[in-house]
Design a protein around this ligand. Structure first.
Ligand code: NDP
Length: 399
């Protein structure tokens, strides 16, 4: 049905590419392009021989001209950006120049400021609309499936949703005292930032990890979770009718938090460049180089993830509560695609988002967050491609 150019060859891209190959009627041809071509070639070697035709290329996604040349050569119907958030705008520029649809899983972050918000990407709305191409923002799990869950809850269960709590639990154990489950630099920037949530139309800021709750996760049990700032809060507060408060919580174990505090205290999580032996280095980028590669955690990680949303609102004048979630087992993911569940839960929705565009099920020129589309075909594909969802009408609530 179509051609996809996948940029990046890391943990998330690897899962997405496996899943494209499991869906060859939609993904007839893919090109894997990244900074390090050998990683693209290794993925091709693993997956070649099926119905999906695979090619590889080297590209520096910070360079718009290189991207344009690659897109003009391969002529994809959609570009799936699974590099890093720093590359969102250059890839969007190349898509605009070549009139190609765009999908990503994380919103733009400037390299020198640990701040993520949608304003930079939303500024492309008119230009994408005029070019007649669709940009689908945030097609991972969170953001991603959490937005699809919200649109599904709104469409089928509520007249208005007043409260959303997004709960992200990773109960996986990789046996290392400290490692991150996706790109360490992006992960540490996210968790060491101030927390925030939206209440009555206003952002309320907290100190990092200031708000802690204990939650009894289905199929996992009790875990400590902490309120974080997260990008989908910004778009869901605008796109879901009736929102009074929306929060995001993520679980962290004590060992992770103790190591993080120590690294912060000695300056290793800083993104300010320092002079080291006559060279400028960024401490956080150096830390990334010495931490385990998230892609290598797959075989070691045991346990489950549970990510979902609790909705409280009104239906036919009555109060209603609804919890939608997915439980994913790290070892099952590893058996299937050779990756742990954090890459899996992001790579599967990235493939589904691209499939929605390639099949024409989602086709809305402009720049859109995922909850702006019809959730039903995406929810069907989650069940079909390894992320089945579960629902509860009387969940434990978060105070
Ligand atoms: P990795 O670090 O494993 O992979 C990133 C890939 O991008 C690498 O192959 C890297 O190349 C490549 N890359 C980086 N910079 C460039 C560049 N300038 N040009 C070309 N290629 C480049 O990251 P993950 O796979 O863990 O994460 C990928 C994305 O997914 C991130 O944006 C992350 O924020 C997002 N994510 C989203 C989640 C969600 O639920 N929405 C959850 C988890 C992650 P090289 O191999 O040379 O380093």
């Amino acid at each position: 049905m179509g051609k996809a150019l996948i940029i990046g060859a890391g943990g998330v891209a690897s899962v997405c590419i496996h899943k494209c190959c499991q869906n060859p009627d939609v993904f007839e041809e893919i090109c894997i392009a990244s900074r390090t071509k050998s990683k693209c070639d290794a993925l091709k070697a693993k997956l070649d021989g099926g119905k999906t035709k695979i090619s590889t290329a080297q590209v520096n996604a910070d360079n718009v001209d290189e991207l344009i040349a690659l897109i003009n050569e391969f002529k994809p119907d959609v570009v799936v950006n699974l590099a890093l958030p720093y590359q969102d705008l250059t890839i969007m520029d190349a898509c605009l120049a070549t009139k190609t649809n765009y999908v990503d899983t994380a919103n733009y972050e400037p390299l020198d400021t640990a701040k993520f918000e949608y304003k930079w990407q939303w500024a492309y709305r008119e230009r994408f609309e005029q070019a007649g191409i669709t940009a689908l923002l945030g097609s991972g799990f969170d953001p991603g499936v959490t937005g699809v869950f919200s649109a599904y809850a709104m469409k089928h269960h509520f007249d208005e949703i007043n409260y959303i709590d997004i709960l992200d639990c990773n109960a996986g154990d990789h046996g290392y005292p400290f490692a991150t489950n996706f790109n360490p630099e992006i992960n540490i920037r996210e968790v060491s930032a101030k927390g925030s949530y939206i209440e009555d139309g206003k952002w309320i800021e907290t100190e990092p990890m200031e708000i802690k709750r204990v939650y009894n996760f289905p199929e996992i049990g009790e875990k400590d979770m902490y309120l974080l700032h997260h990008e989908e809060l910004e778009s869901l507060a605008l796109n879901i009718k009736g929102i009074k408060r929306i929060r995001f919580f993520m679980t962290f174990g004590q060992s992770y938090l103790t190591h993080l505090k120590c690294l912060e205290n000695v300056g290793m999580t800083s993104i300010e460049p320092i002079e080291f032996e006559g060279k400028q280095i960024v401490p956080l980028q150096f830390l990334k180089a010495v931490l385990p590669d998230p892609a290598s955690l797959g075989s070691r990680t045991k346990g489950k993830t549970n990510i979902g949303c609790i909705f409280i609102g009104k239906k036919d004048g009555k109060d209603k509560t609804y919890y939608l979630y997915n439980v994913c087992d790290h070892q099952e993911c590893y058996k299937e695609v050779g990756s742990q569940a954090v890459s899996y839960t992001t790579g599967v929705p990235a493939m589904i988002g691209a499939a929605m565009i390639l099949t024409g099920k989602w086709n809305k020129p402009g720049v859109h967050n995922i909850e702006e589309f019809d959730p039903d075909p995406f929810m069907d594909d989650l069940n079909k491609f390894g992320l089945p969802w579960k629902e509860s009408f009387s969940p434990e609530l978060v105070d």
